[in-house]
Design a protein around this ligand. Structure first.
Ligand code: PLP
Length: 451
């Protein structure tokens, strides 16, 4: 646990520096005097910097961790037990394959448990928990199955696709030609018939479903077959929706024809920040063969242990959690719409995911709204994209979604954010304790963790 800087020690330091008088002529003297007082010998500039770092982290924790309404759909909160495992001894250790590093006798078993749980939760034949992030999981899939000059078909950034796949990102890095899915902006989805024609025409080597802005399931069932018949490897970037897929509340890409499902482990899936790949046997084996040493060397075993526990929570509580997330998104979207805000896709039920999109018509206006909301301690991104995962994890239900919609509306309409902030803090104060909510093992597990 981090503490705020100790005022007594800082005061002692300054007393020594400024009151010892002419006896102190060299920095060494200052430090030896401090040593005599039992104060750790730290150069003054470093002392000040350390105080500053600790204070910044504490202030962030107090602000973001306790008082803000965090509504960024890319974020979530770990359970206290998962958070403890993330800072466990495993985080000091190194291992890669082939037993080069000794002292790893427990790590392989942790990995085995993690992979078993992941396979079960997602119904996959192969699971790999080693990718260090969603981006690395994307990279691994692409590089395993495509070579420079091949065509990658995915949702374009303009339509809400993951920018990291684009020309400036992985397609550029790997020399892939990007062909965007034909897309219907009003429905925030792929145009199936047009996509089928394009697939037949360009014969992509890789087709990736999934996106950063994702409100509804993508037509994997309708398009995977034609993609495979035309020579594609089919992936689903589930970075945003893995928690909903695990909770059986979205779509099931691996049963709809995707060869692999991959992405971040910390958005709607409430694990530590990192990545995961789930796949059928043929694709999984290729990934397993190539991931080390091409895409991951040391695999951050504290993260894998923490992710394994999060997957156990998902197995036990995932369905209830995902149901509540979607229920909350729909309720929030409807309440925002009823307040006259420009909620995307209102004609088709707003959303079926953890996201609600407010379309203010221009990036500048979106940025302006996000800024105003931040002044009221309501945190969204500048799209404006609102996510319900974290507030759901904290125990909020549909009645709190109505309150959040009202607060957002009042900020957008120009009420002083400082006034709203007090109400935000009051709401947050009632929903702080993750361990008391229904979606994790809570104190039961924490009591077992002797770390
Ligand atoms: C669809 C999608 N894929 C991949 C990523 C990258 O994930 P990470 O931040 O874990 O690298 C993102 C990031 O937000 C994303 O939205």
């Amino acid at each position: 646990m981090l503490s705020t800087p100790c005022p007594a020690k800082s005061a002692g330091l300054f007393f020594i520096l400024f009151n010892k008088g002419p006896d102190i002529t060299r920095t060494d003297d200052v430090f030896s005097t401090m040593g005599a007082f039992g104060i750790p010998i730290i150069p003054i500039f470093l002392h000040i910097m350390i105080d500053d770092i600790l204070s910044l982290v504490s202030r962030h924790e107090e602000w973001c961790g306790r008082n803000c309404l965090n509504l960024i759909p890319s974020e979530n909160v770990m359970s206290p037990a998962v958070r403890i495992l993330l800072s466990s001894e495993l985080g000091h250790r190194y291992t890669s394959r082939y037993n080069f590093y000794r002292g790893t006798r427990f790590l392989d078993e942790i990995e085995r448990h993690g992979e078993e749980l992941a396979k079960e939760v997602f119904g996959a034949e192969v699971a790999d928990l080693r990718p260090l992030s969603g981006h690395i999981a994307d990279l691994t899939f692409l590089a395993c199955f495509a070579k420079p000059g091949d065509v990658l078909m995915c949702i374009s950034e303009e339509d809400g696709g993951y920018p990291g796949l684009g020309e400036a990102g992985l397609a550029g890095l790997l020399g892939l030609k990007l062909v965007p899915f034909p897309f219907e902006k009003e429905k925030m989805n792929i145009k199936v018939e047009k996509a089928e024609e394009t697939i037949k025409h360009v014969k992509p080597k890789i087709v990736i479903f999934g996106a950063s802005l994702i409100l509804f399931p993508h037509p994997v069932k309708q398009l995977a077959n034609v993609a495979v018949e035309n020579g594609a490897h089919v992936g689903f970037d589930g970075s945003h929706v893995l928690g909903l897929i695990a909770g059986k509340q979205f779509q099931d890409p691996l049963r709809e024809g995707a060869h692999a499902l991959f992405g971040s482990t910390h958005k709607s899936l409430f694990g530590p920040q990192g990545g995961i790949i789930l796949a059928d046997k043929a694709h999984g084996e290729v990934v397993k063969e190539k991931i080390f040493p091409r895409f991951v060397d040391n695999a951050h075993w504290n993260r894998i242990a923490a992710l394994t526990l999060a997957l156990a929570e998902m197995k036990r509580f995932g369905r209830d959690y995902a149901e509540q997330v979607v229920r909350n998104s729909k309720a929030l979207a409807k309440a925002l719409y009823d307040h006259g805000l420009p909620v995307k896709c209102h004609e088709i039920g707003f959303t079926n995911s953890h996201q609600v999109i407010l379309d203010f018509g221009s990036p500048e206006r979106g940025m302006e709204v996000a800024d105003k909301l931040e002044r009221a301690d309501i945190i969204v991104d500048s799209v404006v994209r609102i996510g319900t995962c974290e507030v759901t994890r904290r125990g909020m239900k549909t009645s709190e979604m109505s309150k959040i919609a009202e607060l957002i509306k009042r900020v957008v309409e120009g009420e002083n954010p400082e006034t709203i902030k007090c109400e935000v803090h009051k709401l947050c104060s009632e929903f702080r304790e993750i361990s008391n909510t229904a979606f994790n093992f809570g104190k039961l597990i924490i009591n077992k963790l002797i770390i």
